[in-house]
Design a binder for this molecule. Structure first.
Ligand code: 4AD
Ligand code: MG
Length: 462
């Protein structure tokens, strides 16, 4: 009889019929004259049984994991008491190997398991992706991006696609990837923020999901050289509106994930203890955070004027209390979120720690020698900073002064400055690191697990 071609994920309506399915041998178990295969095709897993004549061929006896095969047979409901993915199994009456795999002596089956050396796992990422955990993370990532887009659309933000090749910096010259562009210097973008700002007068509030690049020599759990940056920009808002909006986007997106059966099941599998965060998120000013760190005896490494860590005679870094003006480093952030255990908005960072474009806090919020800005970082338990945002300087004179202070040549920024000349507005926005968000959501140890092919210093293959 004729067989209907189907994907595993859409096989259910064909129960009782003869179907044809192509995929990869995910699991394999042979008993005397019967072979059990769990077939994988990217849409699901299908238990399949080969018995009798079809199990007695040379191909059947030499079948290996990860071979690609075509299976044809009747899709039968599994009897009560037996479990199988989807509640059915394929009773195979015809099959063939499409592409054999090397089998047990090979890297995939032999060397790859959760305990393998991370550098081997990284080199074999293309095979690691076939595993259940890695593919679940990427599947959840896809749902997450869809959910974020839906949330933005429901908030009336429009999606745009800014360029990756740029000739201006956003987050400081030190982390730019520079290259030759038809004889001119150009960079890979660090952030699409400046372009999003230019969209406000024509497109209204906008967002983008675009790769950003950072030449940071950081081998940490949360740094990538290329990462997926989700950024948004909103016009005619206050600083308070900005933080409320970030909170809403995150909570509504999480709600979408936990309320849809497919995404919710993936999340449950990867992070069984996940609980959506409660609103409103705790807000803590930078100055209060410095005091909080000192109250909790969380110190940081002493640095000299060049930013080198100062060590004692035994070669250990000297640890000192935090002072207003100090950066809150990754370790301190992590300890803070571990103790508090909920999302925290840190806001009002000193201008000297932040990028050139940030708006100052109003005069009545300023004190001491520092200039505080309308900036905020959102910290999540287990990861630390996942969002960085701010209100932007809306005045062109003030912006020109900021370029000067940071030693930035205003010339290539003419189009950005023009925004302030042609009908300026109060506006603000933020960037969210998608891999960091996913590491928090799916409880992954490192952002490297949350990227299809992660890039870090020295690593650009596969
Ligand atoms: O805090 P950042 O540098 O802020 C900006 O780039 C702003 N211009 C964004 C904006 O306002 N439109 O980066 C924003 C976020 C961080 O909070 C972090 O989640 C992520 O981007 N991020 C990284 N993620 C992975 N690897 C890196 N090297 C990252 N650098 C930043
Ligand atoms: Mg930041």
């Amino acid at each position: 009889p004729k067989a209907t071609k189907t994907k595993i994920g859409s096989a259910a309506p064909h129960r009782g019929e003869r179907v044809r399915v192509c995929g990869w041998v995910h699991r394999l178990r042979s008993q005397k004259d019967i072979i059990f295969i769990v077939l994988r095709d990217g849409t699901g897993f299908l238990q399949s049984v080969l018995s009798g004549r079809v199990a007695q061929t040379y191909d059947a006896l030499t079948l290996t994991l990860e071979s690609s095969v075509e299976l044809v047979g009747v899709l039968k409901e599994v009897p009560e008491g037996k479990t199988a993915p989807g509640g059915h199994e394929l009773v195979v009456d015809y099959w063939k190997v499409l592409g054999p795999a090397p089998g047990a002596d090979d890297a995939f089956t032999n060397r790859l398991n959760e305990k393998s050396d991370p550098s081997i796992l990284a080199d074999l990422r293309h095979l690691v992706l076939r595993g259940e955990t890695a593919s679940s993370v990427l599947r959840l990532r896809a749902h997450l991006l869809t959910a974020f887009r839906e949330t933005y659309i429901s908030h009336n933000l429009l999606e745009v696609t800014p360029p990756c090749v740029v000739q201006t910096q956003v987050e400081g010259g030190a982390t730019l990837f520079k290259f030759d562009y038809y004889g001119q210097p150009a960079f890979l973008t660090q952030s699409s923020q400046l372009y999003l700002e230019t969209c406000l007068p024509s497109l209204g509030d906008v967002f983008c999901i675009q790769e950003s690049f950072r030449a940071e020599n950081s081998h940490t759990r949360r740094h990538l050289s290329e990462y997926t940056h989700m950024e948004a920009e909103l016009a005619f808002i206050t600083f308070d509106d900005l933080m409320t909006h970030i909170e809403a986007i995150i909570c509504e997106t999480v709600d979408k994930i936990v309320s849809q059966p497919g995404p919710a099941a993936l999340l449950k599998h990867l992070n069984p203890d996940f609980k959506p965060p409660a609103r409103p998120f705790r807000r803590m000013s930078y100055v209060d955070a410095i005091a909080w760190l000192n109250e909790h005896c969380i110190k940081h490494e002493k640095e000299d004027a060049e930013g080198n860590v100062v060590k004692d005679e035994a070669g250990n870094p000297i640890m000192v209390e935090h002072a207003v003006g100090d950066d809150i480093a990754e370790a301190a952030e992590r300890q803070m979120t571990d103790i508090i255990g909920t999302p925290i908005f840190l806001y009002g960072f000193p201008a000297e720690l932040k990028a050139f474009y940030m708006k100052k806090m109003p005069a009545d919020k300023q004190e001491g020698n520092h200039v505080f800005t309308e900036s905020c970082d959102l910290l999540m338990p287990g990861v630390g900073e996942i969002v960085g945002g701010s209100m932007r300087i809306a005045d062109s004179e003030e912006l020109l002064a900021a370029y000067k202070r940071e030693g930035i040549d205003p010339e290539p920024y003419y189009w950005f400055t023009d925004q302030r000349k042609y009908g300026t507005c109060e506006h603000g926005g933020y960037g969210l690191g998608v891999e960091r968000f996913l590491a928090w959501l799916a409880n992954r140890y490192t952002v490297r697990e949350c990227s299809l092919y992660p890039r870090w210093p020295g690593k650009a293959t596969p």
